[in-house]
Design a protein around this ligand. Structure first.
Ligand code: GAR
Length: 193
């Protein structure tokens, strides 16, 4: 059985989309994978309740309880590695990870970013897309490498930017597409071994 560990910081709607897709059998038995755990760096992350309700192990590694990024990541790595994951999936996980952490999971660490990378890495992607006058926006699933919001692209989805969009309306339109492409990227990776 291939274990998937999902890291979240907030509402966890991408995590929920991945779990629901697994429940619907989108990953057939041949893929032999399951979401083994959901881990948050914030104790108040809304997604933790969804995970528990769906019988998934949860853990909190609160970054505020550690004196340094390295100490936080040591604890996070231990919490993740208990599950011997085949894939570690960042789903709205809002901490920057050090190259050492990324290297530890090389080739099995995924992220979703709410822009059409390589455009708009970093924060406030929707506001920046609107201010730049972009006619389209979107989301990207990519392998994580040491450089923030870079790494080989696995899936992208494109949405229109409407003339009256705010960052919130655009974010909502992009998020519905995130829920579609993240489970698909994971299934494809599992299938390809
Ligand atoms: C998603 O839009 C995701 O792409 C973004 O945070 C949101 C999390 O929503 N991630 C980043 O900005 C990473 N830099 P969710 O908690 O409902 O999945």
């Amino acid at each position: 059985m291939k274990n998937i560990v999902i890291l979240i910081s907030g509402g966890g709607s991408n995590m929920a989309a991945i779990v629901r897709s697994a429940q619907r059998g989108a990953w057939d038995a041949a893929l032999g994978a399951r979401v083994a755990a959901v881990i948050s760096n914030r104790p108040d992350a809304g997604g933790l309740a969804f995970a528990r309700e769906n019988g998934i192990a949860t853990a909190v590694v609160d970054h505020k309880e550690f004196p340094s990024r390295e100490a936080f990541e040591d604890a996070l790595r231990r919490a993740v590695d208990v599950h011997a994951p085949a894939l570690v999936v960042l789903a709205g996980f809002m901490r920057i990870l050090t190259p050492a952490f990324v290297e530890h999971y090389a080739g099995r660490l995924l992220n979703i970013h709410p822009s059409l990378l390589p455009a708009f890495p970093g924060l406030h992607t929707h506001q920046r897309a609107i201010e730049a006058g972009c006619r389209v926006a979107g989301a990207t699933v990519h392998q994580v490498t040491a450089e923030l919001d870079h790494g080989p692209i696995l899936e992208q989805a494109v949405v229109p930017v409407m003339p009256d969009d705010t960052a919130d309306t655009l974010a909502a339109r992009v998020l519905t597409q995130e829920h579609r492409i993240y489970p698909r990227a994971i299934a494809r990776l599992l299938r390809e071994g």
